[in-house]
Design a protein around this ligand. Structure first.
Ligand code: SF4
Length: 271
């Protein structure tokens, strides 16, 4: 393999257990068209590498694959990336795991993503895309060819509220979800549970109603908002609009889990 197609990533997390089945390597691609208020990866937003002045950036990179400590994002070839991914192939095989491409929004770099996915498939590695669904339909349709599974975020069903809290309309996201299902791809739905934003009865009822028509929904993950990303906003000098919000309480999460259990698929709190 000598694939020199280049892309920009900002992290590689090995031994990940919350980004799809089994033990996985999660690759975080840089760039996202959304600006969710609760995002815990604000360093993913801009598509190009960024210089950070006067701070120490810590990452989950393997020692053999580090970036400059004052820089977020690094250009990497498919060749280099897949060489990293295959290092843990034995763990994928033993745990029914694989590789997950996340972000940011991985579908923002389709040429790089598809080449990387193709190489992983050639190596016999299970592939997953973790997406906001906000992508041109033709890109999603092509992604179906190379990805075994989709982790698909659904946040808010009311379009005005969606625009307010993410910066974009949800219409394309809903359309792509239906198309993905019609193409027969397995989908794990991910719903961020953010107090007083996504956790209203009205929103959760609308999500459940919408996804109840999907044929290939295999699991629902309820992702509780947490404040772990808070320090990053300070560190990177970005505005945090969530500084007064706490994590949802466990009783509320359990009742939301119960509410979604009517879908007849597995429902989990967490990824
Ligand atoms: S889609 Fe994901 S990465 Fe993009 S802003 Fe929202 S939470 Fe952050």
């Amino acid at each position: 393999m000598d694939n020199q197609q280049k892309g920009i990533i900002f992290n590689i997390q090995r031994f990940a257990i919350y980004d799809g089945p089994g033990i996985r390597t999660t690759v975080f691609l840089k760039g996202c068209p959304l600006r969710c208020w609760w995002c815990h990866n604000p360093e993913s937003h801009e598509p190009l590498p960024e210089k950070i002045e006067g701070c120490n950036v810590r990452r989950g990179f393997d020692q053999s694959f580090s970036m400059g400590k004052d820089e977020i994002g690094k250009e990497i070839s498919v060749n280099e990336l897949v060489n990293e991914i295959v290092k843990d192939k034995i763990f994928y095989e033993e745990s029914d795991g694989g590789v997950t491409f996340s972000g940011g929004e991985p579908l923002m770099q389709p040429d790089f993503l598809f080449e990387a996915l193709k190489e992983c498939k050639t190596q016999g590695i299970h592939t997953t895309i973790d997406t906001s669904g906000y992508s041109p339909s033709e890109v999603i349709n092509e992604a179906v060819e190379y990805s075994d599974l989709f982790l698909y975020d659904l946040k808010l069903m009311n379009d005005d509220i969606h625009q307010k809290y993410t910066g974009v309309s949800n219409q394309l996201i809903l359309k792509n979800l239906i198309e993905l299902d019609q193409l027969g791809k397995k989908i794990i739905l991910r719903i961020p549970i953010v107090p007083e934003i996504t956790d209203s009865n009205e929103n959760l009822r609308a999500i459940r109603g919408f996804v109840s028509y999907l044929n290939n929904l295999i699991e629902v993950n309820l992702l509780p908002y947490h404040r772990a990303g808070e320090g990053k906003y300070q560190r990177y000098g970005k505005e945090n609009k969530m500084d007064k919000t706490d994590s949802p309480d466990s009783q509320n999460l359990e009742s939301i889990k119960q509410f979604f259990s009517e879908l007849k698929c597995r429902v989990k709190i967490g990824g």
